[in-house]
Design a protein around this ligand. Structure first.
Ligand SMILES: Cc1ncc(COP(=O)(O)O)c(C=O)c1O
Length: 359
């Protein structure tokens, strides 16, 4: 079988073990003579998948049954709209920490619903860093503080939750979900598109604290967009195959040792990659050191021609999807949970080889 070292930012590499289980179960799910995709989302088999996935998330993150867990559609981008649709009224304010493209998109949607106060805007510094707590200022009676825990495009990541003095956090955790522990009591809500750390595209995991969902008080939210519609039950047909895959990934996460295992492994992978980048001036990290992401490692080479050659020669060596986001350029290695240490080691060794050849 042929598998490459896949550094895709998303949809990203999935664990091989998970793909193999899905392959084996595809035509005949647990002796039923049909796949999980080909049966009712109200039936016994799918109900079990849905329950298992939720129980696993509850265990892995230590949610203590304090959060409603929902598997929604429309990607993280829909959450940019759905969050303020539920939690922000015309006469209310919410704070948004602007650390780049994805935060910006969330801000644009929120402005359709209420007052948005930007607690920080990193644009002048090319979104190359995460703000210090001392730089954040929040509006009076803020409904919530929204932040993007990991900035997939710029390779920056919060290393701790922003200090909000009790205002509930709402987090777009699309690109670092279940990669490290989180300080749950600070959150009202966490959402993440599955396609980076959690499974295939098509499903978005939404966690809402049970006491925070009770604060929804707007009179006219369309049923499908009202979080309360989905909190206690499956409302309409969910993306069943995507949720099935998420459940398999979560099973794999537990078998590997859960978040403690991945936190250690992700730190190790990031450390060896950043040490290679910092060796001399040939490679240059784009994020400021204190803000570096353990999920998306972004760097430049001396010029764009060399960057193109790097991407091409890397692909010839089975190291794929290293091109930076179109708005940022350069190189980006996405090293989510399912990216193996051996893939990062192969990349680091290719980087040595490339520097020796062209440096
Ligand atoms: C941090 C972050 N938020 C939101 C999105 C958008 O997600 P989706 O395509 O699921 O709407 C992305 C996609 O890459 C992302 O990295």
């Amino acid at each position: 079988m042929h598998r490459v070292h896949n550094f895709s930012a998303g949809p990203a590499a999935l664990p091989e073990e998970v793909l193999e289980i899905a392959q084996n179960e595809l035509l005949d799910y647990h002796g039923q003579g049909r796949s999980i995709m080909e049966q009712s989302h109200r039936g016994e088999a799918y109900t079990k998948v849905d329950n298992e996935a939720k129980e696993r998330l509850n265990r892995i993150l230590g949610l203590n049954n304090d959060f409603h867990i929902m598997f929604l559609q429309g990607g993280a981008s829909s959450q940019f709209m759905q969050v303020p649709f539920n939690f922000l009224s015309e006469n209310e304010s919410a704070d948004y920490i602007n650390t780049g493209v994805w935060s910006n998109k969330a801000i644009k949607e929120a402005r359709l619903f209420g007052n948005v106060h930007e607690s920080y805007n990193g644009e002048a510094e090319g979104f190359s860093r995460i703000p210090l707590d001392s730089e954040l200022n929040f509006s009076e009676q803020s409904r919530y503080v929204h932040f993007t825990s990991n900035n997939t495009i710029y390779g920056t990541q919060f290393d701790h939750e922003p200090e909000t003095n009790g205002i509930p956090l709402i987090c777009d955790a699309s690109s670092d979900f279940i990669s490290r522990p989180i300080d749950l009591p600070k959150y009202g809500m966490i959402y993440a598109g599955a396609q980076k750390n959690l499974g295939p595209s098509g499903v978005t995991v939404v966690l809402i604290r049970k006491d925070f969902i009770k604060t929804i008080s707007k009179p006219a939210i369309p049923t499908i967009l009202d979080y309360r519609t989905h909190a206690e039950r499956i409302f309409n047909t969910p993306p069943t195959f995507a949720v099935y895959m998420v459940n398999l990934v979560l099973k794999w996460v537990e078998e590997q040792g859960g978040i403690p295992h991945f936190e250690k492994l992700n730190t190790k992978k990031a450390d060896i990659l950043y040490s290679q980048i910092d060796k001399d001036g040939f490679y240059r990290g784009t994020a400021q050191k204190a803000s570096r992401s353990k999920m998306n490692v972004t760097f430049r080479l001396p010029d764009e021609t060399l960057e193109e050659r790097f991407i091409k020669e890397a692909a010839e060596n089975e190291l794929v999807a290293l091109k930076g986001h179109r708005s940022a350029g350069g190189i980006r290695a996405s090293i989510y949970n399912a990216c193996k240490l051996s893939s990062v080691e192969a990349l680091v060794s290719f980087m040595d080889h490339f520097r020796n050849k062209y440096g």
